[in-house]
Structure formats: C-alpha cells, structure tokens
Ligand binder design. Structure first.
Ligand code: UD1
Length: 365
C-alpha cells in the first residue's frame, strides 16, 4: 500500500507525526509526505519536523499565504500534479485547515480514496472557515478516523454509513504522551523567568477574535485586568501579530508577548501553567490530558469532550465574563478525566484499520 500523507499548517504537524512513526514499523507500507507550504516560517513549520522526527517532506508545494480561494485553488492545482505522478493508493489528510480540504477534494476527483484523521468534529458554526473544511472533507472521505465520541454521532446524523466511521482516539495526544518526558528538559521556564504554576498562558489566533478590532480590544481589556494578578505569557501567532501591531502594551507589564514557540517549549509551558486562555482547538485537548484548567475564549467548541469530561470551560468573548471565569478558575479550578481512547495508540489503530479495510468495498459510495 502506498500512502501519501499531507500537512500544511502548524497543528497538522503534531497530528501527522505519530502516523509517520507508526508507518515505519510496517515495511509493506510505502509513504510519501507532501507539505503544501501553507505555513512556512521556521517557528511555524520546520521546528516541528526537527523536534518530532517527522521525515523531511518529499515535496513542498510552497503555496504560502493568500485569501481562502487563492490558497485552496493553489493547493489543488499543485497537488493534482503530485498525485498524477505518485499514484498513491490512499491520501491521508489531518485536521481542518484549508490544505486538508483542498487535498481531499483533489484526490477524490482523481478517484483516490481519502482517509481523514480527526473527522466528525463540529462546532455547528458555519462562519468558521474550519467548519466548512471539516464538513466538505468528511463528506468525501472513505475513512473517517474520529477522535471523540461526539464525532461518531455527528457523522451518523449526516447520513454517513458505519463502514466509513472509525473511532480510534486522538493522534495529537499520541504525540503529547510520546513527548511529555522529553519536553520536561526544555529550559523555557528558566529563560522566561517563570515559576511552576505561577503564570498563565494565552493564545489567540481565530479570525473571529483577532481580525475584529472591537472584539480584540475587549479581550485585551480582560487580559489587562487579569495581568494585575498573574503573569500572562502570550506566544503570538502571525495572524495575531498583525492585528496587535502598534498597540501599546505599556499598561500591561505582566503580559509578556513572545514569538511562536516550538513543540517541546510549548508543552512544558502548558504543563506547568496555572491555567490557559485560548481560542485554539488542539490546546483544549492538550490541557484536558494534562489536567490544566482551560478557559476557551469562544462561544462554541467542536471538541465537546474537553468540556464534558475535561478541564475546559467555554467562556465566550465578553470581557467581564472572562475576568469572572478567571477568578472562578483560580479559586475552584475545574478538574476532569481523560476521554476514551486518548491513550497514545490512535496512530496504531489507524494504520491497522487501513491495512484491514483497504480492499473492502463500501456498502454505499
Ligand atoms: C490556519 C488555519 C487554522 C489553524 C491555524 C493554526 C485555515 C483556514 N486556517 O490559520 O484553522 O488553527 O492555521 O495556526 O486553514 N503567516 C506567517 N507565517 C506563516 C504562516 C502564516 O506569517 O508561516 C501569516 C500570514 O500573514 C498569513 C496569516 O499568518 O496571511 C494567516 O495564515 P493562514 O494560513 O492563512 O491562516 P491561520 O490564521 O494561520
């Protein structure tokens, strides 16, 4: 079997890593790795390949940044040529970024079956670009590898037959568990002069939060209030950097903006924090596994297991609600448990399923 795997943007790298590690154990599987180049900065891309031992991509399509249509179209144009040349048996895509959806459509149109890892997640908010990417990718993928139970229900509700749905657990947690010990040797706390549990982490990058100046101002007002109480470390995503450009932070001495961090540094920073403010999807999952309280600055989540079972609280974007949730989290931090099958074995299940079902015909297609 020849598997062609695709990555494009930062959260894809932690998801593809355990799959690449697992494929190495199966000499009968040939793999080919494509990077679309959606993310390209050293700190947004290459560092994860080095730290996670992901093989160097066989090809980088170099598409770079652009509008949604430009990015999607450019990936499709360049990816089609790779598929025609490589002729894989299966294309594997992960997550919900533009590269995921663009490559899935391109492959299916060439009659190459697609496996989608992290299928079935739904925020039920179609203003999120990722929700559109998830819906489109899932509707055309042959294998839907689901990370949490809600995903199975969502896919069934959408009329997808059971022989396409596989509840396998969470590949991002495979990577976290494999790297947790190694991340402990990161010196990030020392270099940022932080003490265990005496700081909080902030990440913001959703267009709905950072591209709307009025909303962003409200979030910063809340953070201004909170930094009077606790040091806030904010590794700034390039999209947020653009939005924050030129803002004076003189009134917030305890809000520390830093460049995007590599995987090991970020894992250590999360693991030792008192709590986390985020609008990321993956961080909601990582904090749940680490048992660190997470306040999600969004009105919805496509990862309900992190709220129902884990340490995540959906706080929304209202400044006073954020400050209130912060005070509550400091006095009564939410505890939780690790969702089913987030056990470090998801990639093994995925490869096993692909091998077993590769040649099986579907009931409907
Ligand atoms: C993308 C994904 C989002 C994911 C996020 C993780 C889509 C629709 N969005 O959002 O789901 O959560 O990645 O990071 O696919 N830029 C750089 N350097 C880079 C990459 C981007 O400076 O290496 C800047 C560019 O100015 C670019 C902007 O960041 O215009 C946004 O990048 P883009 O890939 O379009 O979307 P993200 O916001 O990163």
């Amino acid at each position: 079997m020849k598997i062609l795997a695709v990555v494009g943007a930062r959260p894809n790298f932690m998801k593809i890593a355990p799959l690449m590690w697992e494929i190495k154990n199966h000499p009968a599987i040939q793999s080919y790795l494509v990077h679309t180049g959606q993310h390209y900065d050293q700190q947004m891309s290459q560092i994860f390949f080095q730290e996670l031992g992901i093989p160097r991509p066989d090809i980088d399509l170099g598409i770079g940044s652009g509008s949604h249509a430009q990015q999607t179209a450019e990936v499709m144009k360049r990816f089609e040529g790779v598929l025609l040349e490589q002729k894989p048996d299966v294309v594997v895509v992960v997550g919900d970024v533009n590269s995921t959806m663009a490559c899935a459509i391109t492959a299916v149109k060439l009659d190459i079956p697609v496996a989608h890892i992290e299928a079935g997640l739904r925020s039920f908010d179609r203003t999120m670009p990722e929700e559109i990417n998830r819906l489109l990718t899932d509707s055309i993928s042959r294998w839907l590898f689901v990370s949490e139970k809600s995903g199975v229900e969502n896919l069934r509700r959408e009329g997808i037959s059971d022989d396409r749905i596989f509840f396998v657990g969470n590949v991002m947690i495979d990577t976290l568990l494999a790297c947790r010990d190694r991340a402990e040797s990161s010196t990030i706390l020392k270099s940022l002069e932080l003490k265990d549990r005496q700081y909080a982490v902030v990440t913001l990058h959703r267009p709905s939060n950072v591209d709307d100046p009025r909303l962003l101002k409200g979030l910063l007002d809340a953070l201004e209030e909170i930094q009077r109480d606790v040091v806030l470390i904010f590794p700034v995503h390039p999209r947020a950097r653009k939005a924050l450009n030129g803002r004076p932070f003189a009134s917030m001495p305890n809000l520390k903006l830093v460049d995007p961090l590599g995987y090991m540094d970020f894992l250590k920073l999360l693991a030792h924090s008192r709590l986390v403010f985020t609008d990321s999807g993956g961080i909601q999952e990582e904090t749940t596994v680490m048992g660190v309280p997470c306040l999600t600055l969004r009105n919805n989540t496509e990862r309900p297991a992190t709220v129902e079972q884990g340490t995540n609280v959906l706080v929304g974007t209202d400044p006073s609600a954020i400050v209130g949730a912060y005070r509550q989290a400091m006095t009564q931090p939410k505890t939780g448990r690790v969702p089913e099958l987030w056990d470090g074995q998801a990639a093994k299940r995925i490869v096993g399923t692909l091998q077993k079902t590769f040649a099986q015909p579907l009931s409907t297609w």
